[in-house]
Design a protein around this ligand. Structure first.
Ligand SMILES: [Zn+2]
Ligand SMILES: [Zn+2]
Length: 236
C-alpha cells in the first residue's frame, strides 16, 4: 500500500466534533483505500498479489463496489477466484476435510482492507498520542469531542499504555468520560424508547429516543445499522 494513501491529517479528523473521531479516521482510510484499490492499484502487480491472497470481507467488498467501476472489481475478482479455486480445490492429493475447512476458514477471516487498516491505525494512534502530548490546543479539541465508540475506546486504551504515568492519568480521565458519558446517555435513550411503547406513554414526548436503537448499535459496532434489508416476515 502506497504510504500517501494512509497519511491522515490527525488534527483535521478531530475538527468536526461529531460522532467518534476514530470512526471518522477509519472512514477516511477506508475511503482512500477503496478508491486506490479500484483505481491506481489496478496497475500494480504487487497489490494484486496481496488482494488475491487476502480477498475482502463483505463490508469492504461493498465499499470497493460502491467506489470503483464494476469492471475494476470484476478484473480483481477474476484472479482472486482463480486463486480460491487453487487453494480450496487442489488438483492433486487425497481429499483432506480438515485442510479444506481450514483453508475456507482462513479465507473467511482475511481481508486486504482490514489488514491494512489495522497496520495503519496502529501507526495513526501513535501520531495521535504524540500530538496530544505536545499540543495544548489539540488536547482541548480532543476533550471537546462528542464521544468515543466502544471499539475505539479499547483501541485508544491499548495505545495509551505507552504514555508516561502522569500523562496517562489525564488521558484516561478525558477518554473515559467521552466513552462512558455517551454510553450512559444512549442507555437512557434506549430505555426511554422502550417506555414509549407502554400504554401509559401514549402522547408522551419521545425526546432523543427516536434514533436511540441506531445510535446504540453504532456505538457498539462502529457502523450504522442497515435497516432497509427485506427479511420477509418480521416480529413487529
Ligand atoms: Zn469509533
Ligand atoms: Zn475488511
Amino acid at each position: 500500500m502506497r504510504e500517501d494513501i494512509c497519511s491522515i491529517p490527525i488534527n483535521d479528523v478531530f475538527l468536526p466534533k461529531d460522532g467518534c473521531p476514530f470512526c471518522r479516521m477509519r472512514d477516511m482510510l477506508e475511503d482512500r483505500m477503496a478508491v486506490y484499490i479500484t483505481g491506481a492499484a489496478m496497475m500494480e502487480p504487487d497489490i494484486r498479489i496481496e488482494t488475491n491472497r487476502l480477498g475482502f470481507c463483505q463490508e469492504h467488498f461493498n465499499q470497493i463496489l460502491a467506489k470503483g467501476h464494476k469492471l475494476s472489481v470484476a478484473l480483481m475478482l477474476e484472479s482472486l477466484l482463480k486463486q480460491v479455486q487453487e487453494e480450496i480445490f487442489p488438483e492433486d492429493g487425497k481429499p483432506n476435510p480438515k485442510k479444506i475447512a481450514a483453508a475456507v476458514h482462513a479465507r473467511e477471516h482475511s481481508c486486504f482492507v482490514c489488514d491494512n487498516l489495522e497496520k495503519n491505525t496502529q501507526h495513526l494512534m501513535g501520531s495521535f498520542l504524540a500530538l496530544w502530548r505536545k499540543d495544548p490546543d489539540f488536547r482541548k479539541l480532543y476533550r471537546e469531542q462528542d464521544h468515543i465508540c466502544l471499539t475505539h475506546y479499547g483501541a485508544v486504551m491499548e495505545a495509551a499504555q505507552k504514555l508516561p504515568k502522569k500523562e496517562f492519568a489525564e488521558f484516561y480521565t478525558v477518554t473515559t468520560r467521552l466513552a462512558k458519558q455517551y454510553l450512559e446517555t444512549v442507555t437512557g435513550d434506549v430505555s426511554h424508547f422502550c417506555q414509549m411503547f407502554d400504554y401509559r406513554s401514549v402522547g408522551g414526548d419521545w425526546g432523543n429516543s427516536v434514533d436511540a436503537v441506531e445510535r446504540a448499535i453504532t456505538w457498539l459496532t462502529t457502523r450504522q445499522p442497515i435497516t432497509d434489508q427485506d427479511s420477509g416476515e418480521k416480529n413487529r
